[in-house]
Design a protein around this ligand. Structure first.
Ligand SMILES: [Zn+2]
Length: 909
């Protein structure tokens, strides 16, 4: 009977990898209905998620752990519900991030990429990718991700490169791709354009510099102007004032002189100028500021670029040519001061654009780049969410999405990097013809010359990730996978990349496949530390998911992330929570041991020859009713994407109802033997089996392990005690069916309400026992006065006595009672009264010492909580956390009162 024995404690270390390898080797991660296999049924509904591809350079962080846990939950749930579930994994080549890694390694050898050349550089990068690119996917496996690894893709693999080519050429042929000078975000350190979304704005102290723009031909008249970046004065090509500003009306249409350089520029009127800000006059630098660029375009101002690729002042900067931007700022200001052009400086908080990668200050610069004309794509993408073809969860992010797409600007897609999809554009050296082609051309389409030069740039990484949901399924080929699995079902990702990625996939999906790429966008929140602060290396508060998995197990980490999450809302993570959930895994383990023990017991006693099934006890009915209600709640919550709440409810049911109550009662019922024992064991198996199924998407490892033991043990009982025959247990929990719900039945409500009376009575007596320090082994007398509930209580007297440890010889239940028994402690439980003769059981001197000690402890808790609640904690912590602390305080205050009154009673006697 080895199948009944379960080790005492759950050893996740020896379990997780074994189970994962087993799942994978059995092919459970593959879709049940595969269009590439015989027997494929096109009518079976697929459920598909494309993984947000992590950077191939990446190492697992909590953001990955979050999306992997969430997507795995969705996939496991749908798989168990019978959908043909497919989760497509893969990685992103991550242009800048990867290139920087290789350049760093080169630097250690004293080399630069220019020195070794493009070909060698790419060779080394691929070599690096082959060596280290699998780390992140191995780490994702550790989280239990049930991805179909046979379908793993890489954004630079052959198929995806072909998709990128196809997409670029189609856009070009439709006139949606153009090359031109435009103001872009320039990263001087990386010497490449970066997207708007890769720029982070931080509030930093700076200065506002006030100076004079002298009117041309005058030594005295000037317009005062303020700027935060004096070096851009060198690139000014106009000065703007509001058309109705009386201070400057006379200046409009005249010219002012650029300090030091002496260039004359026009004073223009534009309503964009804010009269209240600074001096009400705005210097216009179209070459280095996006707003100025627009104003300049409106007024036909010339564009002067004064910085080179490294953000040094170029030849346009006169005497400052060759100086770094910040050096030039100081020198120019010094010279202006000497020329009496400076008015004053004042401290100023400004919003500084910094590179997401590296943190250096980004310069808006004019550069010739490739652009996608985004307007037509954006229109279609807006429509798809407006008309409900795509649902964004939580709904409030739809507004953010609309707002962003309504104001979207053309997308600069070229990057001055080597690692990435090279732009498929060739220029003929002989005739200047531009050739854009799906295949590398060998000769000019116009003059036949073979001297073709390919554009040196690569495409923005997001160009390929925008195609991800369909390129990974085989597009542009009409593969069986593409035909069956596309559009995908859910796009699950952090709300922080709604624009970066999600909006682009929607635009691209509609443009290239004519269909939405997914039906639902589910956005999870970001993970912060336990105090709600962003996790960062600088704060030293980063939690490493790999360490957490090593120490507390994967299930504990997953459960914490999943149960703590609410769509679109950030969550605070503390290791205490993970530890508590590790204890939950142990609780499930221990409960299963008890259930297996009960099976062993019934398996050893022969099945009695009685014809009739025993009538279910109230506890049996109650647990069945609660289980039925739990299944309905979980289903409803899952349908509404409230996975966190669903997890909390399963947890509460398992711990507080099944383990703490039903299993305890079952111990008693099992002692009755015969049919009753069989029926009880069957209930235990049924509830546990259902709970393991419901918990599986949250905590896949421990549930799979225990379910295997349960299956083996239940199969050993003969005749079978479970509705399932031994042969009807599925192969594995991961592919077992999801519990079906049943409509609510009136007997369920009755059972729940009757049993709650039992629970209330037992709890009250247990509390009193604890309060009076009655030893657990001591069985005490009790008298209950039940009123209307007398019949229910009488039927449950054995259960109550068992759970409350009452002396059955001295336990009576009456409907009414004329006079209260003397020397008893009275308890009032709703309309039920209980009398317990506890006075004599405890020595009063001993009791006084205990009560005083307890009062001291309670008082110190009260003081601690009062201090906490008077602190800024109440404003910073989430409301529910504050509420919890408040209610703790309330409970302690009540307790203190009770202890005091008991002490008084003791003193009187
Ligand atoms: Zn040519």
């Amino acid at each position: 009977m080895t199948s009944f024995t379960l080790p005492k404690a759950y050893n996740f270390k020896s379990t997780e990898k074994r189970i994962y390898d087993w799942w994978e080797s059995k092919g459970y991660f593959k879709p049940a209905n595969d269009p590439n296999e015989p027997g494929f049924d096109p009518n079976v509904e697929p459920f598909v998620i494309s993984i947000p591809p992590p950077n191939v350079t990446g190492e697992l962080h909590l953001g990955h752990a979050m999306f992997v846990s969430m997507e795995d939950l969705m996939i496991r749930y749908q798989r168990m519900k019978g959908a043909s579930a497919l989760w497509v994994p893969g990685t992103d080549h991550a242009g800048i991030a990867t290139q920087l890694q290789i350049e760093k390694a080169l630097a250690e050898e004293g080399l630069t990429r220019e020195q070794i050349g493009r070909e060698e550089f790419l060779r080394r990068t691929w070599e690096w990718k082959e060596k280290y690119g699998g780390i992140i996917t191995q780490q994702i496996r550790r989280l239990g991700a049930s991805c179909d690894w046979d379908r793993e893709r890489f954004t630079l693999d052959e198929g995806l490169s072909q998709a990128v080519r196809e997409a670029f050429v189609r856009l070009y042929e439709k006139g949606l791709i153009y090359r031109g000078p435009r103001l872009i975000n320039w990263s001087p350190g990386l010497r490449t354009a970066v997207s708007d979304l890769e720029v982070e704005y931080t509030e930093e102290p700076g200065k506002l510099y006030y100076f004079k723009y002298m009117l041309a031909g005058s030594d005295t008249d000037f317009i005062p102007v303020a700027t935060t970046r004096p070096e851009t004065i060198l690139g000014d090509t106009g000065l703007a004032v509001h058309p109705e500003d009386p201070r400057y009306l006379d200046f409009i249409g005249r010219e002012v002189v650029v300090p030091i350089l002496g260039r004359k520029i026009p004073v223009i009127a534009d309503e964009y100028v804010d009269r209240e800000f600074g001096t009400g006059a705005l210097k216009i630098t179209p070459g280095h500021d996006p707003n100025d660029y627009e104003i300049g375009e409106r007024h036909g101002l010339s564009v002067i670029s004064v910085l080179d690729e490294a953000a040094r002042v170029n030849e346009q900067g006169g005497p400052y040519a060759g100086q770094d931007r910040f050096e030039a700022r100081q020198n120019l200001w010094k010279d202006m001061d000497a020329a009496d052009l400076v008015i004053r400086e004042e401290p100023y908080m400004m919003s500084i654009p910094r590179s997401q990668r590296g943190g250096e200050i980004i310069e808006p610069m004019i550069s010739t780049q490739w652009f996608v004309r985004i307007q037509p794509l954006a229109e279609a993408a807006l429509e798809a969410v407006r008309d409900g073809r795509i649902t964004i969860i939580p709904e409030q992010f739809s507004k953010v999405y609309f707002n962003w797409l309504e104001n979207i600007e053309d997308w600069c897609v070229s990057r001055q990097l080597w690692w990435g999809h090279r732009i498929p554009v060739w220029t003929c050296e002989a005739c200047g013809e531009i050739v854009v082609s799906r295949q590398d051309p060998t000769e000019c389409t116009k003059c036949g010359s073979t001297k073709l030069i390919q554009d040196p740039d690569v495409l923005d990484t997001w160009f390929s990730s925008g195609l991800w949901p369909f390129s990974t399924l085989g597009w542009p080929q009409e593969t069986p996978d593409f035909n069956y699995f596309y559009p995908t079902s859910v796009m699950e990702t952090g709300y922080d990349i709604l624009f970066f990625w999600v909006a682009r996939m929607i635009m691209d999906g509609l443009e290239f496949t004519g269909e939405i790429p997914f039906y639902t966008v589910y956005l999870h929140g970001l993970i912060r530390d336990e105090n709600g602060r962003k996790m960062s290396k600088t704060y030293g508060n980063v939690i490493d998911p790999l360490v957490v998995m090593d120490e507390l197990g994967t299930d504990a980490l997953r459960f914490t992330l999943l149960v703590g999450s609410t769509p679109g809302k950030d969550m605070n993570l503390s290791l205490d929570k993970v530890e508590a959930n590790r204890n939950f895994a142990n609780k499930i383990w221990n409960a299963t041991r008890l259930v297996l023990g009960s099976l062993e017991r019934v398996a050893q006693t022969p099945m009695p020859n009685e014809e009739t099934e025993p009538v279910p006890t109230l506890a049996d009915q109650w647990i069945s009713a609660r289980l039925a209600s739990l299944k309905r709640d979980v289903e409803r919550l899952f349908q509404n994407y409230q996975y966190g709440e669903a997890g909390r409810q399963i947890y509460d049911f398992f711990w507080n109802e099944f383990a703490d109550w039903y299993i305890e009662i079952a111990k008693l019922q099992l002692t009755e033997g015969d049919r009753q024992a069989y029926a009880t064991a069957r209930n235990l198996v049924q509830v546990l089996d259902t709970c393991l199924r419901l918990l599986h998407p949250f905590t896949p490892f421990v549930t799979e392990e225990l379910w295997g033991h349960l299956k083996a043990a239940a199969g050993n009982v003969n005749p079978p005690i479970y509705p399932l025959l031994a042969s009807e247990w599925e192969e594995a929990l991961i592919v077992a069916h999801w519990p079906e719900t049943t409509p609510e039945n009136p007997w369920e409500t009755q059972a729940i309400s009757d049993f709650s009376l039992v629970m209330d009575v037992v709890r009250a007596i247990r509390n009193l026992r604890a309060e009076k320090n009655v030893k657990p082994k001591q069985y005490i007398p009790a008298t209950l006065v039940g009123g209307d509930h007398t019949v229910v209580l009488q039927r449950q007297s054995a259960t109550i006595a068992h759970l409350a440890r009452l002396d059955t010889e001295k336990f009576t239940i009456h409907e009414t009672m004329e006079s209260k028994p003397d020397g008893n402690i009275a308890l009032v439980i709703g309309s039920i009264e209980a009398y317990l003769p506890l006075e004599g059981l405890v020595d009063s001197a001993e009791q006084r010492i205990r009560l005083e000690k307890e009062l001291t402890e309670t008082t110190s808790q009260i003081e601690r909580l009062e201090t906490l609640l008077a602190s800024p904690f109440t404003e910073k912590a989430p409301t529910n956390v504050v509420e919890k602390e408040r209610s703790k305080l309330f409970t302690y205050l009540e307790k203190a009162e009770k202890i005091k009154s008991q002490l008084e009673t003791l003193n009187e006697s």
